[in-house]
Design a binder for this molecule. Structure first.
Ligand SMILES: NC(=O)C1=CN([C@@H]2O[C@H](COP(=O)(O)OP(=O)(O)OC[C@H]3O[C@@H](n4cnc5c(N)ncnc54)[C@H](OP(=O)(O)O)[C@@H]3O)[C@@H](O)[C@H]2O)C=CC1
Ligand SMILES: Nc1nc2c(ncn2[C@@H]2O[C@H](COP(=O)(O)O)[C@@H](O)[C@H]2O)c(=O)[nH]1
Length: 326
C-alpha cells in the first residue's frame, strides 16, 4: 500500500541558515527555455486568468497559462502577445476543433512558446494523440499535458513527447470529481505528487489543493518544478469574475472549469461555483508569495529552490493546525 499524506500532514525540518538576509534568496525557476520569477502559475481557469492579467504576468516574468474557454480568441491572443515582445502560453483540449486550431496556428505561422493540453482525465489516448499532433506541427512549442495522478500517466505522456506533465485529479477547491466519481488524488495530493515524481524524467506541475503559501515549498520538496494555483489566486481586484454582494459583504465568483457555470449545460458536471470574499491586490499577493518562499528557502538552509528539494520532513498525525483554525 502507498503511504498517503497531504499538505496539512507535513512539516519541513529547518536547517542552518546560510544567508544574512532573505533578499539574497533567489526563487527563480526554469521551465523550457525561459526562467520565471516564481515556481507558481495561476490556474488556467476563466475566473483566475484573463488576457490583461496574462499580459501583466508575462511582462513581469511570471509564468502564466491562458485558459481555453474563449477558443475563438486564442489565435489573435498569440499574435497580440508575441507582437508585444512577450511569450505566448495557451491551453487546448482534445476534440476535433482543437486539432483544427493547432493547424490554424501552423497556417498563420504562429508558434506559442507553451501549449498546455488540459482535460479532466489526461491519462488518455486522446491526449497522447494530441501531444503527437502538436509535436509534429509545432515542434518548438513546449508541451505540458495532463492532468494525471499516477506514475503510469506520467510515463505515458512523457513517452508520447510531453515536455512536462501536470499532476492532480480532484484536489481542487471547486472540484466535485472526488464526490461524483470516487476517483482522484483529493486528500492525498502531496503523496500522489511524490509517487508521480518517482518516475518522472521531465518537470512536473503540481495542480490543485494549494491552500497556504507554505504548500508551495512542500510541493517543491515532493517533486514539483512548478505549482498551479486556482482559488488562492482568485477573488482579487485584478481577478476576472463577477462581484456579488451578500449581506453587505462583497464576493468574487470562482467556478470549476467543468461546472455548470462554465459549461452552460448540465452535462458531465464535475465542478462547482464558490463565492470567495473579495480580496485585495493580486500583485501584492504575488510579492507576498515570493517573500514567503524566500523565507522557506532560508529555513531549508539554502539560497535557491534546490535547497527545498533536499530537506527532511515529518508526518504530523492529524494536521499542522493542531485545532488552531483562526
Ligand atoms: N484536475 C481535475 O481534477 C479536473 C479538471 N477539470 C477541468 O475541467 C475542464 C474540462 O475538462 P473536460 O471535461 O475533460 O474537457 P472537455 O469538455 O474539453 O473534454 C475533453 C474530451 O475528453 C473527454 N472526456 C472528458 N472526461 C473524460 C473521461 N472521464 N473519460 C473519457 N473521456 C473524457 C470528453 O468527452 P465527453 O465529455 O463526451 O466524455 C472530450 O472529448 C478542464 O479544464 C479540466 O482541467 C475537470 C475535472 C477534473
Ligand atoms: N474536478 C475539477 N477540478 C477542476 C475544475 N476546474 C478546475 N479544476 C482543477 O482545480 C485546479 C485549481 O485548484 P485549487 O485547489 O487551487 O483551487 C485547477 O488548476 C484544475 O486542475 C472542475 O470543474 N472540476
Amino acid at each position: 500500500m502507498l503511504e498517503t499524506f497531504d499538505y496539512e500532514n507535513i512539516q519541513l525540518i529547518p536547517r542552518r541558515c546560510v544567508v544574512n538576509s532573505r533578499r539574497e534568496i533567489n526563487t527563480a525557476v526554469k521551465l523550457g527555455k525561459r526562467t520565471f520569477k516564481l515556481p507558481v502559475v495561476p490556474a488556467n481557469m476563466q475566473t483566475v486568468i484573463d488576457e490583461p492579467l496574462a499580459f501583466w504576468l508575462a511582462k513581469h516574468d511570471y509564468f502564466y497559462v491562458m485558459h481555453r474557454f474563449a477558443p475563438e480568441r486564442r489565435l489573435s491572443f498569440v499574435r497580440k502577445i508575441q507582437a508585444a515582445g512577450l511569450y505566448a502560453s495557451i491551453s487546448v483540449g482534445v476534440k476535433p476543433d482543437e486539432v483544427a486550431f493547432v493547424k490554424s496556428l501552423v497556417a498563420a505561422k504562429l508558434t506559442p512558446e507553451y501549449i498546455t493540453i488540459d482535460i479532466a482525465h489526461g491519462h488518455a489516448d486522446s491526449v497522447i494523440e494530441m501531444i503527437k499532433i502538436i509535436k509534429q506541427s509545432l515542434p518548438e512549442s513546449f508541451v505540458i499535458a495532463g492532468n494525471v495522478g499516477t506514475p503510469d500517466g506520467v510515463r505515458d505522456l512523457e513517452a508520447a513527447g510531453a515536455d512536462a506533465t501536470k499532476v492532480g485529479i480532484g484536489p481542487g477547491r471547486a472540484c466535485i470529481t472526488k464526490l461524483k466519481t470516487g476517483f482522484g488524488t483529493g486528500g492525498w495530493q502531496l503523496s500522489a505528487l511524490a509517487w508521480c515524481q518517482s518516475v518522472a524524467t521531465k518537470p512536473i506541475i503540481a495542480d490543485g489543493g494549494i491552500r497556504t503559501h507554505g504548500d508551495i515549498a512542500k510541493s517543491i520538496r515532493f517533486g514539483a518544478t512548478m505549482v498551479m494555483v486556482g482559488s488562492l489566486l482568485a477573488g482579487y481586484e485584478q481577478s476576472p469574475g463577477e462581484v456579488v454582494t451578500h449581506h453587505d459583504q462583497k464576493y468574487k465568483v470562482y467556478f470549476g472549469s467543468a461546472s455548470e457555470s462554465q459549461k452552460q449545460v448540465h452535462q458531465h458536471i464535475e465542478g462547482k461555483k464558490v463565492l470567495l470574499p473579495l480580496k485585495g491586490d493580486l500583485y501584492q499577493e504575488l510579492r507576498d508569495l515570493q517573500e514567503d518562499l524566500q523565507s522557506a528557502i532560508s529555513y531549508a538552509g539554502g539560497r535557491d529552490l534546490q535547497a527545498l528539494k533536499e530537506v527532511d520532513y515529518v508526518t504530523v498525525p492529524n494536521t499542522i493546525y493542531n485545532g488552531d483554525h483562526d
